[in-house]
Every structure is written in C-alpha cells, then in structure tokens.
Design a protein around this ligand. Sequence first.
Ligand code: DGY
Length: 315
Amino acid sequence: MKQVTERFEVDLWDGEGAMPRDRLLERIAGKVGAITLLTEQVDGAFLDAAGPQLVIVANYAVGFDNIDVDQCTKRGILATNTPDVLTETTADTAWALLMAAGRRIAEGDRFLRSGTPWTWGPEMMLGQDVHGKVLGVVGFGRIGQSVARRAKGFGMSVRYYDVFRPSSDVERELNAEYRELDELLAEADFVSIHVALTPETRHLFGPEQFRRMKPTAVLVNTSRGPVIDEAALVDALRADELFAAGLDVFEREPEVHPGLLELDNATVIPHLGSATVETRDAMGFLAVENLTAALGGRRPPTLINPDAWERREGG
Ligand code: DGY
C-alpha cells in the first residue's frame, strides 16, 4: 500500500464489507486507477461514472467475471488480475474441501460440538477413501493442474476436461488423461471444478451432470458459484445422487442456498480459496504493481486485455 500512498493521492474504502454501489460510483469519479475486489462490478455504469481519464482497473483476484473486459477494451482502459500468486493456495483449499467432504470432517466436528452421546462403532460416519481413486479435474489451467499434481501423493489417477488441451508433456507429468465432460463425470470419484465463469460455464453443472456422476462421488468447487446450479445440487445431495459436495463459492454470494446449510453432506466455507496471509499479501503486491506500471506508462505485468494497451500505445 505504501508504494501507492507515497506516489498517489488515494481514496481508500476501509468500511465493513464491500463498498456500497452508490458510494463506489460516486467516489470513482475522476480517478485514474482503481484496485477492485471481486465484489465490485466494473461495468459500463462504473466506467461512465469514473470518466475518460481512467487508465487501469487492477482486480485483486485471478477471476475477473466482475469486469466487463470488452467495455474496458473499447474505452482503452487496462484491466489486470492476480494470476499465479494464488495458484498453490487455491489448490490447497480444493484439497482441503475434497478431504473434508469425502471424510465427513465438518460433519464430525459439528456432531461432537452438539454434545450428542457417542461410542466408537464400525459403521459410524463412514466416508469415501481418497487414496487410489480417480480424480476428475474440470478446467485444467494453472489451478486445475496444481490440484492434479497433489493427486500423485494419494496414488490417484487423473482425468481432466477443458476446452483447451495442454501439451502432452503436461499430461505425462501429471499422469492425466483427457475425457469429454460426460465421460469424466461417469468415471471420477472426486470432481474438482476450476473453470472461469463465462456465459458458457454458467450452470455447467446441473441436474443432468449430477445424474451422470457416481452416487459415491464428491464434488468440489473453488472456482465461481454460478458454475453450479445450486438448487439442483441441493436436490442431488438430498436424493443421494452424490455422496457429498465441498463448496467455497456460491451462486448468489454472499447468500448460500438454505438447503445447503441443512445438509450434512455439504461442506461449505466462505470463499476462502486464496485466504492465507502470504497469498493475500502477494495478490496485493501484484495488484499494486499492475496499477503503478500502468500509471507510470508501462505495460502492467498481468494484463487481461492487451488490445487496450495497443489502443493506448497507438494513441
Ligand atoms: C480469485 O482470485 O478469483 C478468488 O476467487 C479470490 O482469491
């Protein structure tokens, strides 16, 4: 933050929670740069409110579905995100959810806290083995590949689906085989979602996909909530079409479907994918680096819309 406050006049929102939209639109007026969170919608109204002097929107997140990138590009406004620095941490979170949901960790914790009398029994709270199983990774970019890398230590085999295929070296290194989505869903014991939210991936998982999965399968989502039709997931979990789900993200954040909160086979955490001290610092440094580069006339290191840069450079 010091790098910014020493060089620029800063208008900082340090109120509780996300900045209310009306205040955001008021306070963005006349600014040359903005560091935004995924709770801020950077759309036409935001860009209009900011004005033509706006140079950069530096998103403090790898996902940028909160930014209308086309609108930014048309106006020559640079948009950046924070990739790489959160890859490993988010992969760790996906694994934490995978293990927790598969082995009923949060349910066990709730059970003990409820004070219910218990004695050890051979059939008490049985979960699913993780080791030696098939991991299906949907979205095989940086985070998906890191999740797959961890599967080696559990002796799992990996299937992946993505619209982009990595090189065969990556497939070999991760011992990962490509499958069409339907095939992957039928084969995998654990399915972890790592796609960006786009019109194509909205509700990529709905009733049909849940029906294709094994009734013993565990679904994990650390990407974006709307990739899953949450109401359909509640129905599928209730009907034991799936064994369990581990969710970090929700369709209408910060709301969580009330059905999920009632279900013991849903492990839910509040969008903590990248939430470690080290990673959040790194994300902050990268967002600031992007901002200061752009305001200093340099190309930001993690630019989402290179066309906007060309447009600015071309005058
Ligand atoms: C992101 O970066 O997109 C996460 O959802 C928050 O870290």
